[in-house]
Design a protein around this ligand. Structure first.
Ligand SMILES: Cc1cc2nc3c(=O)[nH]c(=O)nc-3n(C[C@H](O)[C@H](O)[C@H](O)COP(=O)(O)O)c2cc1C
Length: 225
């Protein structure tokens, strides 16, 4: 194996101002906020968590609760990098959270999770741009009735604050996926990370080259056999 040295990240002397990707701001659906959570204890979750490879349909509340516990914004801070730094359930280098969560529904329509409003915004061109990705996912592991999650990074956000930022973005992706695995287990959902990155299709979502795929995972309910 050739190990690719991504360099040693360090904060830049002068921060730059990043112009974030402009997504369609139209909110298709505001998601439910959990009010009736009855979760197993943390040590039970950690002990029982396993990657699962069978996927039933997710209810809207199951998806909403999963996203609330993994990706919502709890606190916003300064926007001197060109976008607000935020705190969410997971750690992120510089509180930058450069990874967008894209979700395919049962009608093959892709939406982006909008963490500011805990909602889903449809991405109009994604169905055609990501068709071959869906084929690739099925080659690796059949989503069955479950939902495909695509992790799309905007590395320029992290690079606006750090030199040699690439490994920070990859570590943010790993943290997010590991946290999601625990949250899925606690919500009694089935979850499996995939080794594919989503490339070369994810980067097609932005003509200016600001986006790159950093992972895929499958999520579903526990199917009834
Ligand atoms: C980065 C990463 C990539 C993975 N890729 C796949 C994959 O492509 N297909 C799959 O079935 N499982 C995949 N897995 C799940 C692992 O196979 C699984 O975590 C491992 O067998 C240990 O089982 P456990 O998660 O139940 O502890 C992946 C896990 C990680 C962390």
């Amino acid at each position: 194996m050739t190990w690719i040295d991504l360099g040693n990240p360090s904060p830049r002397v002068d921060f730059s101002v990043w112009q974030p990707v402009e997504w369609d701001a139209h909110i298709v659906e505001l998601l439910a906020v959990p009010f009736d959570l009855n979760l197993p204890r943390f040590h039970e979750v950690v002990t029982s968590r396993r990657s699962q490879r069978s996927f039933g349909t997710l209810t809207s509340n199951q998806l909403a609760y999963f996203l609330w516990l993994t990706c919502r914004i709890t606190t916003s801070g300064t926007d001197c990098l060109g976008f607000p730094i935020t705190q969410r359930p997971t750690p992120s280098a510089g509180a930058i959270h450069p990874i967008h969560i894209l979700i395919e529904n049962e009608r093959s329509v892709w939406s982006r999770y909008v963490p500011e409003s805990h909602g889903l915004a449809q991405i109009d061109q994604a169905s055609s741009l990501l068709r071959d990705l869906c084929r690739k996912v099925r080659e690796v592991l059949d989503p069955q009735l479950g939902t495909t999650l695509l992790f799309v990074a905007e590395p320029g956000k992290t690079a606006s604050k750090y030199d040699y930022a690439a490994s920070l973005v990859w570590r943010d992706a790993g943290i997010l996926i590991g946290h999601m695995a625990l949250v899925a287990e606690s919500l009694r959902l089935n979850f499996c990370p995939l080794g594919i990155t989503g490339e070369p299709w994810a980067s097609e979502l932005n003509e200016q080259g600001k986006l790159v795929g950093v992972g895929v995972a499958l999520l579903g309910s526990k199917p009834v056999f």
